[in-house]
Design a protein around this ligand. Structure first.
Ligand SMILES: Cc1cc2nc3c(=O)[nH]c(=O)nc-3n(C[C@H](O)[C@H](O)[C@H](O)COP(=O)(O)OP(=O)(O)OC[C@H]3O[C@@H](n4cnc5c(N)ncnc54)[C@H](O)[C@@H]3O)c2cc1C
Length: 387
């Protein structure tokens, strides 16, 4: 078969790209190859759902600014045949707390966020204690509160984009890409597990934690690795005041969920690989001490559920790789390596990829610095102090 654009991977990212391509160019033939329409192991449904503007790089802050306002009206924008696409958006705020040694870094980031129009508030430890009386602030140097951020339901975001894209004419093939054919500086076709061959003018690698397998089909090495990370559900018998999404110096990241809380402590020390086993000691050994240190109410908390999932971790610098250039190819576009913040940037990156493919360059947010060239140049572009 022939199509204009073949997107490999139909998670939140691939589906957002499909939607923005069709929005901009209704006549374009857009096809998504997604091997598992149930999304059993995909990262999107396993994500925590945090959305925040708290970054150090202007590109990431701008992606959040666009994406979070997009989520504000997602239910209506993604409605199909009058059925709204609710995503459980809770704008209950996001809070970064840091030790005294990181005050300057946090201040710099706050200034960048404010310059880019974010509503962010600096909190000294006593102000923090006043706002969140249950929190132990003894070892903290400062905090930044972002009241317009929060969290949402990742699976609903994926389904919203997918349903809308299909209603606009995007075709989803329930099939696996097993090979890619290259001619000169272009990819010409994808071979699917079913035996089908799909020719296209553009190919998008939106395979998330599996992005390197797609690159390997073209003999391209990419520093994106699957990194296991647990999302735990836990409850507290003792009352705590309503909390925002919270990130603390021990890398603890959690938020309220139903009667309890959802979150975890991601670690880069985790061996890379497609590992979905649950380490039942991880909560007791790592997460619980961090929780109990921050809120004494968690002293007797128990983990009720643990869900493993994979980050598409960019071991080069922890940020997305977007656009063409890998292997000298002009029509093979990377869109992976989000390293834990892909869901919140799906709208912004979906729109950016549509601009790249249909207009030949960025028209809104300039993501040039996130391109493949930085890997060739060896120019790392990491976030400062933020995981
Ligand atoms: C525990 C956890 C918590 C997280 N918390 C957050 C958070 O709070 N906020 C946030 O923004 N992000 C968070 N993330 C990150 C977020 O989940 C990802 O960045 C995002 O979901 C990536 O979307 P994706 O579409 O690229 O990947 P996926 O959802 O994994 O989709 C990729 C798809 O590609 C398909 N695929 C792979 N190979 C092939 C092939 N050869 N052929 C066809 N299809 C293929 C797969 O089946 C899969 O469905 C978290 C991740 C985890 C694991």
């Amino acid at each position: 078969m022939k199509t204009d654009i073949l997107i490999i991977g139909g998670g939140a990212i691939g589906s957002a790209v499909a939607y923005f391509l069709k929005l901009r160019s209704p006549g374009a033939e857009v096809t998504v190859a997604e091997r598992d329409p149930a999304y059993g192991l995909a990262s999107t449904p396993r994500a925590s759902g945090g959305i925040r503007r708290l970054f150090s790089l202007p590109e990431n802050i701008e992606l959040s600014n666009f994406s979070i306002s997009f989520f504000d009206s997602f239910a209506d924008t993604m409605a199909v045949d009058g059925a709204k696409a609710g995503i459980g958006l809770r704008k209950n705020g996001y809070l970064f707390i840091v030790p005294p040694s990181a005050r300057e870094m946090l201040k710099r980031n706050l200034e960048t966020e404010q310059r880019l129009g974010c509503n962010v508030v600096w909190l000294e430890p006593d102000e923090l204690k006043h706002k969140f009386p249950s929190m132990n602030v003894e070892d903290l140097g400062a905090a930044v509160h972002s009241p317009d951020d929060g969290w949402l339901d990742p699976h609903s975001v994926l389904m919203g984009f997918r349903r809308k894209a299909r209603s606009m004419g995007v075709e989803y093939l329930a099939d696996e890409v097993t090979g890619l054919e290259r001619r000169g500086s272009a990819v010409v076709a994808a071979i699917l597990k079913s035996g089908a061959r799909v020719e296209a003018m553009h190919f998008v690698n939106a395979a998330g934690a599996w992005a390197k397998e797609i690159c390997a089909m073209l003999d391209i090495d990419v520093p994106i690795e699957p990194l296991r990370r647990f999302e735990h559900y836990f409850e507290s018998e003792e009352q705590i005041e309503p909390l925002p999404y919270l990130k603390d110096p021990e890398r603890l990241a959690f938020r309220p969920e139903g009667r309890g809380y959802s979150g975890g402590v991601p670690t880069l020390a985790e061996p890379r690989g497609y590992n979905f086993e649950v380490d039942h000691d991880y909560f007791d050994n790592v997460v619980w001490p961090a929780l109990a240190h921050r809120f004494p109410q968690f002293e007797r908390t128990k983990c009720r559920n643990t869900l493993p999932g994979l980050y598409d971790q960019n071991d080069f610098d922890g940020n997305v790789i977007i656009g063409p250039g890998a292997g000298g190819l002009v029509n093979f576009h990377m869109l992976a390596g989000f390293s834990g913040h892909g869901l919140m940037h799906a709208p912004g990156c979906g729109r950016a990829m549509a601009e790249l493919i249909l207009a030949g360059g960025y028209e809104t947010i300039d993501l040039t610095r996130f391109g493949w060239k930085r890997l060739i140049d060896g120019t790392r572009l990491p976030e400062e102090g933020i995981i």
